[in-house]
Design a protein around this ligand. Structure first.
Ligand code: NAG
Ligand code: NAG
Ligand code: NAG
Ligand code: NAG
Ligand code: NAG
Length: 781
């Protein structure tokens, strides 16, 4: 029972965090997830079925090479009743996985597991969705470096799996774009309020995937969502424009964050795959989209969505990403919004770029002044005049117990009219709290963080004067309420302010160590994910409230959903200057050149730990630095076979490996390979708790992509309690493309560590201007 309890409470925490970061739409997504998982006993369900296609050509089976016929014949053989087997087949996958999605009863599933060639089946489930000043913050400059015209002219296609796109948006117009490259095999699919003429030379592909979603939730209501690639919600237009939207001058939200809103690779083509609908994103649809995108010819895939972490062999996004990476597609995913608790990171397969979220140096501060003269800084996207000094009401003085969250129906109009209402964060959407206050005649709202939410104040487009404040301000305000007979306050709104300490890790950003693959450090990097200005849909208000009639071209939102497309766009930039680089090489370049020091020359700090120094389990290798990544000196490359051998070293058996390899892959006999030998650009070292005088050795191979004749020397920062020996201590290269290997031995010195303790250091290869740095994270378990 503990397991179930824990899972339930975990899900509720996720709901709160998601609500806190995404508001009610995402809440719906997560509730739906709970509903569908608790309805698990309903007999017929959708399964994603992995098959060993090498079994297909055996006697008794039909046409070799036609997997659809094979799957249909299998479904027929296990379907006892007269119901048509082909109607049960939802998708046949070509590249993402070897297999199909189908609706099956538990009886049929049992029969299926006995079919020759069956590998595994997983329930379909609904996953959740997890500017602009960010280019400047990232060091991108007009006409220079990666943003030089010749580099920008190169054709790169970014595929975005999300809630679709608003094709008429200025960010997606094709003025001056050349012809669509002939290699592009994609399509522009019509549907509700969307036709093939909605695509252009910028938005070159748009597809919608809903068969899996509809088989779980029922037919999409075309009155409330577009059954087409058109974006009802806004999230998809936002992420697509962050990765590759046009440069749009004088963009802002109500005058906030004014400047050029631009994608990281603003000359790239966009292909949109709508997989997320009102209640979530079905796994079977995501797989079908990744399948199509890879065949269509995208160069980069951006996925700002995910579920709970699970072993790679039952993680369909991990399996489908493997196929994409195998075909040279760079896959970037959000790490999740479940921090700051440890081991919350998802999308952590080694071939995926897993992106955490951090702050820019820009904020939208407010000032709360209490009647006793105390002042606090909060944040808000409200832009009106300051409030007068007004009475403060909270809980008992606002409507009674239960009114502290300002949920619908809890506030008493007689008590709150004309006053400032205080609301706790959580349970309902942040902008909904303001809506409830406004509905009953309140004048303004202050939203308090709980202790565990710390000092993270997210800015929202409230529909009345309102601000969020951090946990320490919340405590002081509650004390003041207790001690004062006539508590009062005023709120003023300071607009856009630059120069804050940054980057700082966001509290909500999901953390390592990865429970599933602790052999590599996850997340991999951090990128801007707080208060990002990007394109929005004209059919949803910036507050996401239905009662809000405001319509905007750009909106400001936060999440690892926002940091992921930054990295997708940067990968597209690197791809344009290094056409021959593999996805692993691009990843290596972004990781080894990332930085760990903020704009005050202090180590990057972490809101989630009360501004203590952030660790690689929060930001991976560090904050991305695209200009340095374009010339990293050395790269750590990884082939598909290397990844498969890594899975061998994790003791995956042949049927588990077949899910990734999609052919017969035999692990090398001399399985001396150690999981730590994957040629990863960072080092995760695992010791048993209490280990003393024990060593492990990891091997790496660096490829010279910098100066032909060069000599690198090693610089080691030893983690606490560990001695690090690198051999050799110099790497000498005579030409470009040359590879040099080295070994790193980590010796546990017998640190008196608590279980699940960790310590951190780094190994850097230095030659002139090049510093090729890899973090080291040592865990004792
Ligand atoms: C795959 O491996 C199995 C077992 O080793 C063997 O029976 C089968 O013939 C192989 N298939 C192919 C296509 O090589
Ligand atoms: C969608 O299309 C329908 C029918 O053509 C039209 O009535 C409606 O106004 C359109 N809605 C939007 C938001 O474009
Ligand atoms: C306010 O007073 C109530 C009841 O006297 C008490 O339970 C609560 O802890 C006090 N809160 C603060 C912040 O002092
Ligand atoms: C591999 O492991 C899975 C899960 O433990 C098991 O179901 C399957 O039969 C195994 N396959 C082989 C070939 O051992
Ligand atoms: C550690 O192990 C090495 C080799 O096994 C041995 O020579 C050395 O004395 C040991 N040191 C301690 C402190 O146990």
């Amino acid at each position: 029972m503990i397991g179930i309890q824990e899972r339930a409470s975990r899900s509720i925490t996720d709901i709160l965090i998601l609500m806190a970061t995404m508001n009610s739409w995402t809440l719906l997504l997560f509730l739906a997830f709970l509903i569908t998982t608790t309805n698990a006993s309903v007999d017929s369900k959708t399964y994603i079925v992995h098959m060993d296609n090498t079994r297909m050509a055996q006697p008794g089976n039909i046409d070799q090479g036609d997997s659809r016929q094979w799957y249909e014949s299998i479904l027929e053989s296990i379907t006892e009743s007269s119901s048509s087997s082909s109607s049960r087949l939802i998708y046949v996958y070509e590249t993402a996985i070897s297999g199909f999605a189908a609706k099956l009863s538990s009886e049929q599933l049992r029969s299926l597991t006995k079919v020759d060639g069956f590998l595994s089946a997983t329930d379909d489930e609904l996953l959740t969705l997890h500017t602009t000043h960010s280019p400047q913050f990232l060091g991108l400059r007009n006409g220079r470096g990666l943003w030089e015209d010749v580099k920008l002219n190169s054709d790169v296609i970014v595929g975005v799996l999300d809630t679709g796109i608003w094709p008429e948006h200025v960010s997606f117009q094709d003025t001056g774009m050349p012809e669509v490259p002939t290699r592009w095999k994609g399509a522009c699919e019509g549907g509700t309020n969307f036709s093939s003429s909605n695509c252009n030379r910028k938005l070159i592909g748009a597809r919608a995937f809903f068969k899996g979603y509809e088989s779980v939730v029922g037919k999409i209501n075309e009155a409330t969502d577009y059954r087409s690639p058109r974006d009802k919600q806004g999230h998809g237009s936002h992420t697509a424009s962050t990765a590759a939207g046009n440069m749009v001058k004088k963009a802002s939200l109500f005058g906030l964050a004014k400047g050029s809103a631009t994608g990281m690779k603003y000359t790239a083509r966009i292909a949109v795959y709508k997989v997320c609908w009102r209640l979530g994103c079905a796994n079977s649809d995501i797989l079908a989209a990744m399948d199509s995108a890879t065949l269509d010819g995208v160069d980069v895939l951006s996925l700002s969505l995910g579920g709970l972490a699970r072993p790679f062999y039952v993680d369909n996004i991990a399996i489908a990403s493997f196929s994409a990476v195998q075909r040279g597609v760079f896959v970037s995913c959000s790490a999740g919004n479940s921090g700051p608790s440890p081991s919350t990171v998802s999308n952590g397969a080694p071939w995926i770029m897993t992106v955490a979220a951090s702050y820019l140096d820009r904020s939208f501060p407010t000032k709360v002044k209490l009647g006793n003269g105390q002042t606090f800084e909060g944040s808000s996207l409200y832009t009106g005049k300051p409030t007068a000094r007004l009475p403060l009401v909270y809980r008992e003085t606002a409507g009674g117990k239960g009114a502290e969250y300002c949920m619908a129906g809890t506030l008493d109009p007689k008590l709150v009219k004309g006053k400032i209402v205080i609301c706790n964060r959580g349970l309902n959407g942040r902008t909904d709290k303001g809506q409830q206050v406004k509905l009953v005649g309140g004048a303004a709202m202050i939203m308090l963080n709980a202790k565990n939410e710390g000092e993270e104040t997210l800015a929202d487009a409230h529909i009345l004067p309102a601000t969020s404040v951090g946990a320490s301000a919340a405590k002081a305000i509650k004390q003041y309420l207790n001690l004062s007979d006539n508590p009062t306050a005023s709120i003023s709104f300071r607009g856009t302010v630059y120069g804050y300490r940054a980057p700082v890790m966001a509290a909500f950003s999901s953390r390592g160590p990865s429970l599933i693959g602790p052999e590599v450090i996850k997340p991999d990097v951090t990128a801007p994910g707080i208060n990002i200005l990007a394109a929005w849909t004209p059919v949803t208000a910036p507050s996401l409230l239905r009662s809000d009639n405001r319509r905007v071209l750009f909106n400001i939102i936060s999440g690892t959903s926002m940091s992921c497309p930054h990295v997708s766009g940067l990968a597209a930039l690197l791809k344009s200057v290094h056409k021959d680089w593999s996805p692993a090489a691009i990843k290596s370049a972004l990781m080894t050149t990332s930085y760990t020091v903020d704009n005050r020359r202090e180590p990057i700090s972490d809101v989630g730990s009360g501004y203590k120094v952030a660790t690689p389990f929060a930001f991976g290798s560090g904050h991305v630095d695209p200009e340095r990544a374009s010339n990293p000196g050395l790269i750590y490359d990884i082939t598909t076979v290397d990844y498969l051998n890594h899975l061998c070293s994790l003791n995956y058996n042949s049927s588990q490996i077949a899910l990734f390899a999609k052919t017969n892959y035999t692990c090398p006999r001399d399985a001396a390979a150690h999981p730590g030998d994957l040629n990863y650009p960072s080092f995760a070292v695992l010791f048993k708790h209490g280990t003393r005088n024990v060593s492990v050795t990891h091997q790496r191979t660096a490829t010279n992509v910098g100066i032909p004749t060069s000599r690198y020397r090693v610089q080691v920062d030893e983690p606490d309690g560990v001695s690090v020996i690198v051999k050799p201590r110099n790497l000498v290269f005579g030409k470009l493309g040359e590879k040099r290997s080295y070994k790193v031995t980590f010796v546990a010195l017998g640190r008196s560590s608590a279980p699940s303790d960790s310590s951190f250091g780094s190994i850097a290869w230095v030659s002139g201007k090049y510093i090729v740095r890899s973090p080291v994270a040592v865990s004792w378990n």
